[in-house]
Ligand binder design. Structure first.
Ligand code: KIV
Length: 274
């Protein structure tokens, strides 16, 4: 059984942490079987599962449907529920209330983006209340409009120090780990080496304590766009397309369903039919 302590133990033992996203029951079952170290029900599902252009439109109530599905499929996994845009920014009370909904829905922890005073207060109060928090720094998609688009972060010594300072504040506030997204490998290495808690990289090189990627990206199921940091381990899009086309052809050619996939009426009942 994976818990919040698994993350620190893996880091302390110099073993890399492997996390993936899941949004649905059957994917969660597979990740659970693979004993992945952590499953993030990421707000990336807004694009990947719901077809939105960005993460802004997903609500806490929508996220909860996916967290519940994943928690039903991944009984032994450590599940992190991603707090969506503006579900924790209005007040600490609002953040705590929504974070507690994530936990009640089956998440073991929540993830928050950024590190301003409000976020740090929220992290402290959440952790005090028994809700583990995963931080998220570097490129933070919910702040995309203020950052000025999809941009690599931590490209200068000053910026790297700023991110490190933020990461240290999150660590002090009680985060059990921090995601570092989209930054040069050397920047993430420096930050990782100067923190006690693990870093989980996405597009941040090999020297983070662990890695996370969007499962639909690495399995080639989501094809709208593929970031440079994604390595493809399968091509599910083509597998699914091939299956769908074969099914369609067999229906048209009356090959499917065959007798094997059909139920037979009892002879006596058949005889009674006009
Ligand atoms: O929403 C998401 O999937 C994320 C990433 C860190 C993978 O935040």
């Amino acid at each position: 059984m994976k818990t919040v302590n698994t993350f620190q133990r893996l880091k302390d033992n110099n073993e890399k942490i492997a996390m993936l996203t899941a949004y649905d029951y059957s994917t969660a079952q597979v990740l659970d079987k693979a004993e992945i170290d952590g499953i993030l029900v990421g707000d990336s599902l807004a694009m990947v599962a719901l077809g939105y252009e960005n993460t802004y439109n997903i609500t806490i109530d929508e996220m909860l449907v996916f967290v519940k599905a994943v928690s039903r499929g991944a009984k032994n996994s450590f599940i992190v529920g991603d707090m969506p845009f503006m579900s924790y920014n209005l007040s600490v009370e609002q953040g705590l209330e929504n974070a507690s909904k994530m936990i009640k829905a089956g998440a073991s922890a929540v993830k928050l983006e950024g590190c301003n005073e409000h976020i740090l207060n929220l992290v402290r109060r959440a952790v005090e209340s028994g809700i583990p928090v995963l931080g998220h720094l570097g490129f933070t998609p919910q702040l995309m409009n203020t950052i000025g688009g999809y941009r690599i972060q931590g490209k200068s010594a000053d910026k790297i120090e700023q991110i490190l300072e933020c990461a240290k504040k999150l660590e002090q506030a009680g985060c059990f780990a921090v995601v570092l997204e989209l930054m040069p490998a050397e920047s993430a290495k420096y930050i990782t080496e100067n923190l006690n808690i693990p870093t989980i990289g996405i597009g941040a090189g090999k020297d983070c304590s662990g890695q996370i990627v969007v499962t639909d990206d690495i399995l080639g199921k989501f094809t709208d766009f593929t970031p440079k940091f994604v390595k493809k381990y399968a091509n599910l899009h083509d597998v699914v397309l091939g299956g769908v086309c074969a099914y369609k052809r067999e229906v048209k050619e009356e090959i499917f369903p065959s007798q094997k996939e059909s139920f037979e009426l009892d002879e006596r009942e058949k005889a009674r039919l006009g």
